[in-house]
Design a protein around this ligand. Structure first.
Ligand code: UT7
Length: 331
């Protein structure tokens, strides 16, 4: 039987209108534009208004994707939503997005792999396609990180922003699309990157609110070091096993958590001149960073371009995906 590859055939995205600049943050906590820009590489981030949830952004991204690709929503067979900040514990954000966009025939589920979520969801969608049973799937990924950001904690509040991207995944017999994935978990990250309140271990109480346990906490330096080591090692592993040299790679698309993490990873891979970066204006949108990068760089992408997507996040989870882009972005 002829091999079925899973290709991305379109991309949509959405970031909220409201902008939070470094100057705005300097009025709330003891920080400066200079510190944030030089240590993290962010000058502004988008913030979703209170009362709206991740499904609002996911709906906008999917609506744009369906319109751009001229797709009938009734043909969509699955929506996988990668997010750590769904509107509710249940129902899923994916089910709300399907309802809002008229994808009435889709199976839907959310997938939680923190900042690595898009890569996990993309490989899962690819496996649906490779099975031969499905022909049109959507992966929508993103987070409302500002809903779990503590704006009294200067060490975390500059980092995060809100946004969502969405891709259409379809079959092809050409040697294109999601050609390989290295996806890993070590489970050593709990103490270093977490939000402890509100789950089954620490149920939401006055006490968990008073102790500010419903916000992201991290040991920044430990997360930083692990992010560089593991994004680089996963990318090297996927290049080696697919015989890819530096010169074969068109773009590295790294998770956007800190410009210094991106630079250090790119340096280890020797690809400093081929890196997609939008952190300066978007911040860390967790599962949203990679699809938002692809969305914003779409017009630079050509059919056959070789991309390495790489991410690292809570868990720890991390990985790399080898993707051959399937269409001319400016067509
Ligand atoms: O997606 C995964 C989630 N997270 C990440 O990937 C984040 C990974 N970590 C990082 O990006 C960095 O560790 C941070 C940006 C969080 C922190 O940068 P750093 O260079 O590791 O700074 P640091 O924690 O070593 O702090 C250096 C100094 C400290 O002051 P002292 O002790 O040297 O006097 C901090 O108190 O910078 C201070 N500092 C700040 N100063 C001004 C920390 N945050 C700020 C701030 N403004 N916002």
């Amino acid at each position: 039987m002829e091999k079925i590859n899973a290709i991305i055939t379109g991309i949509g995205g959405y970031v909220p209108e409201d902008i939070l600049t470094n100057e705005d943050l300097a009025k709330i906590v003891d920080t400066t534009d200079e510190w944030i820009l030089s240590r993290v590489g962010i000058s502004e981030r988008r913030v979703l208004r209170e009362g709206l949830g991740t499904s609002f952004m996911g709906t906008k991204a999917v609506e744009q994707l369906l319109a751009k690709t001229n797709t009938n929503p009734e043909e969509i067979e699955a929506i996988i939503c990668a997010t750590t900040t769904p509107d509710y514990f249940f129902p899923t954000a994916a089910s709300m997005i399907a309802h809002n966009t008229g994808c009435v025939n889709a199976l839907t589920f959310d997938m939680q792999a923190a900042c690595t979520g898009f890569l996990y969801a993309l490989e899962t969608a690819a496996n649906f396609i490779r099975s031969g049973r499905n022909r049109k799937l959507i992966v929508v990924a993103g987070d409302t990180m500002t809903s779990i950001t503590d704006y009294t904690d200067r060490t975390t509040c500059p980092l995060f922003g809100d946004g969502c991207g969405a891709v259409l995944v379809e079959p092809s017999h050409e040697e294109l699309g999601i050609l390989d994935a290295v996806l890993k978990t070590d489970g050593n990250g709990l103490d270093y990157l977490n939000m402890k309140g509100g789950g089954s271990a620490f149920r939401a109480t006055h006490d968990t609110v008073d102790k500010r346990m419903h916000f992201v906490r991290q040991d920044g330096q430990t997360v930083f070091k692990n992010a560089v080591v593991f994004m680089a090692s996963a990318s090297i592993e996927i290049c080696e096993r697919n015989g890819l040299q530096r010169e074969n790679i068109t773009w590295i698309v790294p998770h956007q958590a800190n410009k210094r993490i991106i630079d250090a990873t790119a340096k280890r891979l020797g690809v400093e001149d081929k890196v997609m970066v939008n952190i300066q204006k978007r911040g860390n949108t967790s599962a949203g960073t990679i699809p938002l990068c692809l969305w914003e760089f779409e017009d630079k992408l050509k059919k056959g371009d070789t991309l390495i997507l790489t991410a690292f996040g809570a868990g720890f989870t991390w990985g790399a995906v080898y993707l051959k882009w399937a269409y001319d972005g400016n067509a």
